[in-house]
Ligand binder design. Structure first.
Ligand code: URA
Length: 242
């Protein structure tokens, strides 16, 4: 990669500021002063220092966010804040993106990374990575609904119909008097509003939705809404092998 990109992503300033740093002859690559921002470097093997201090560059970043309601799962939006706006400036330098989408009113586990390969793995239905949701539902969820989810349901929109893959629906609690239920749903796909639309096919409405796990990775219960933390090495391995 280009030296100016590596330095900028390591928090040394904008590309313009990095250019000025290079002009000062304080950047060395393998103990040789380098001034050309276009110089190609290999972060794995080259030793890069600024004023003698080694730059520890990490190509990929991985964060677990407890997404609050009101923010969009995108990198940019003209109207709303995005999940990227919740990051400290130094954590967005390497341009992480959300792994899949949670609706604006959905809370919970959202991964942010710049690792495209892992993103693809986690999102592709072919890889069968489970996404576990907790939902509160207006309506009494029944064993018939559980069976319907088990075989898959038919979603309809203006473009046609779609048969979902089998999903696991677990009834946690029902309140007959209030006519409401608390459930868990596991799906392996990520169609637009999938959980809400699946529940609509059995005549019920999701009133609150939270993602609690993706593969073996569980939302850290210590993370407040809107807070995030880097994944541990063990968690990254867990995702790569899920
Ligand atoms: N299903 C939904 O309906 N919404 C989400 O945000 C995620 C899954």
């Amino acid at each position: 990669m280009r030296l100016d990109k590596l330095l900028a992503h390591s928090g040394l300033g904008t590309r313009k500021e990095v250019k000025k740093l290079l002009k000062k002859k304080i950047v060395e690559v393998n103990e040789k002063i380098v001034v050309d921002p276009k110089t190609h470097v290999d972060p794995e093997t080259d030793v890069i220092t600024v004023l003698g201090e080694r730059i520890a560059y990490q190509e990929f970043v991985y964060f677990m966010l407890n997404k609050p309601q009101g923010v969009i799962s995108a990198t940019e939006d003209a109207v709303h804040d995005t999940v990227i706006d919740l990051l400290e400036p130094q954590d967005s330098l390497q341009e992480p993106h959300p792994v899949g989408r949670l609706d604006i009113d959905t809370e919970g586990l959202l991964l942010l990374t710049n690792d495209g390969k892992l993103t693809h793995r986690l999102l592709s239905p072919k890889h069968h990575v489970d996404k576990l949701y907790y939902a509160q539902v207006d309506g009494i969820v029944t064993e018939e609904d559980v069976d319907a989810f088990k075989t898959g349901v038919t979603l309809e929109d203006e473009f046609g119909t779609y048969e979902t893959m089998p999903a696991k629906l677990t009834i946690l609690e029902t309140d007959e008097e209030a006519g409401t239920s608390k459930v868990e749903i596991t799906i392996q796909e990520g169609k637009f509003h999938q959980v809400k639309r699946m529940m609509e096919t059995v005549g019920k409405k999701v009133t609150y939705l939270k993602r609690v796990a993706m593969g073996d990775l569980k939302l850290d219960p210590l993370l407040e809404l809107g807070a995030y933390r880097p994944l541990t090495e063990a968690e990254i391995d867990m995702l790569e092998n899920s």
